[in-house]
Design a protein around this ligand. Structure first.
Ligand SMILES: [Zn+2]
Ligand SMILES: [Zn+2]
Length: 379
């Protein structure tokens, strides 16, 4: 079990400092007592050292080095582990640490004791009842005294304020997941919800206790995610845009009053980009297969197999021709230096089309082609 020494934390004088105080404040007593034996007025014993005018033993009998209640109570949240400390719910570590902290905060050491060292040793009697052995060592007039005692810390499990709110369906914001000019696919919605979870967990770890999802509703055209913290909502949307692209617009609605203040809820209207991976679009006289449509749009120009990239902001007015998922299989008739001959998948006429950059299919085999009003392209 972990013990702990608290001397340094409590700002108690160190050895070096204490020696200095003694030398400057009480040099006479020391010299005098060293020179002659004194009779203790309490027990009559001869002593060469006195503490507050009696012998060290007699003083030790009067001295109470610390007070500590026999039983102490602590509260922790059974959902998130937060500890109720100094009228606030705070993250305080393990129940064992909570037990030590509780004992420490009830430990009363009288004034006038120097060089205090405190040791704490918790022993678990059950997961939520700890015996904490406390030992204190301190000095009075240069004489060391020691005391130990045991306290029982009973930890009560309950729900903290934040976890109660969560259980009560509290929410500060709604993230609306939609797509620009289209309906997002089921996969996209699933991916977005995964990113929401990821980002919320990160915010919770950073200390935003309201970073939780209260409720999720999915519809034909997307999903609505009810979230506990609108601050976390901002991070969530940023994270989704980083990964999937798109935009977000925030708006606020008055949701009521609390303690005389207006309470607002934030709506994050997210729009996934108009085009997704595999979409084939016509843009500025090019036919482009989209690879990624985020802040930066990347793809392949199917007309000459070159790479295509452009800043998302400038990718305006593209026309959707279809998706490579709808490509058709057709027979490769022959392969020439710059072109290939295939059967048109609709008319079955032999046509010559552009040969893709790296192309190694053999005549007679089936290849995937995509037919558009701008020509047929081998994928
Ligand atoms: Zn005495
Ligand atoms: Zn909690």
């Amino acid at each position: 079990m972990a013990g702990r020494k608290l001397a340094a934390e409590k700002g108690i004088k160190t050895n070096g400092m204490k020696e200095m105080t003694q030398k400057s404040n009480q040099p006479e007593t020391k010299t005098a007592s060293a020179a002659a034996m004194i009779v203790c007025p309490e027990c009559g014993k001869e002593t060469d050292k006195t503490v507050k005018n009696v012998c060290p033993d007699c003083f030790g009998k009067r001295l109470n080095l610390f007070d500590l209640p026999e039983v102490l109570h602590a509260r922790i949240c059974q959902r998130c582990g937060a500890h109720y400390y100094k009228s606030k719910w705070e993250d305080m570590g393990t129940p064992e640490e909570v037990a030590m902290l509780t004992a420490e905060s009830h430990l009363a050491i009288p004034d006038g004791i120097e060089n205090i060292t405190v040791g704490m040793h918790p022993y678990a009697r059950s997961p939520y009842i700890f015996d904490v052995l406390v030992d204190v060592e301190g000095e009075v007039d240069g004489v060391k005294y020691y005391k130990d005692a045991k306290t029982e810390v009973r930890i009560k499990r309950e729900a903290c304020e934040m976890c109660s709110r969560r259980a009560g369906g509290y929410f500060e914001g709604i993230i609306q997941i939609r797509a620009n000019n289209r309906i997002p696919t089921k996969e996209e919605v699933t991916e977005c919800l995964k990113l929401v979870e990821e980002s919320m967990t990160a915010q919770l770890k950073k200390g935003d206790k309201l970073a939780f999802v209260t409720d999720t509703m999915t519809f034909k055209d997307g999903a609505d995610v009810y979230i506990g913290s609108s601050k976390a909502g901002k991070h969530v949307c940023k994270h989704i845009i980083e990964v999937m692209g798109g935009t977000v617009a925030e708006s606020y609605t008055l949701a009521g009053m609390k303690d005389g203040k207006d309470i607002y809820r934030t709506t994050f209207a997210m729009k996934l980009p108009e085009f997704k991976k595999g979409d084939v679009v016509y843009f500025e006289d090019k036919v482009i297969e989209i690879k990624n449509c985020g802040k930066r749009v990347t793809g392949i120009n199917l007309m000459n197999s070159s790479n295509f990239f452009i800043d998302g902001e400038h990718f305006k007015g593209a026309k959707l021709l279809g998706n490579t998922a709808d490509a058709k299989e057709t027979v490769l008739v022959s392969v020439e230096e710059h072109g290939i001959q295939i059967l048109d998948p609709e008319t079955f006429e032999t046509v010559t089309i552009q040969k893709p950059m790296s192309f190694n299919a053999l005549p007679g085999s089936e290849i995937k082609v995509f037919k558009t009003e701008y020509g047929i392209f081998a994928l």
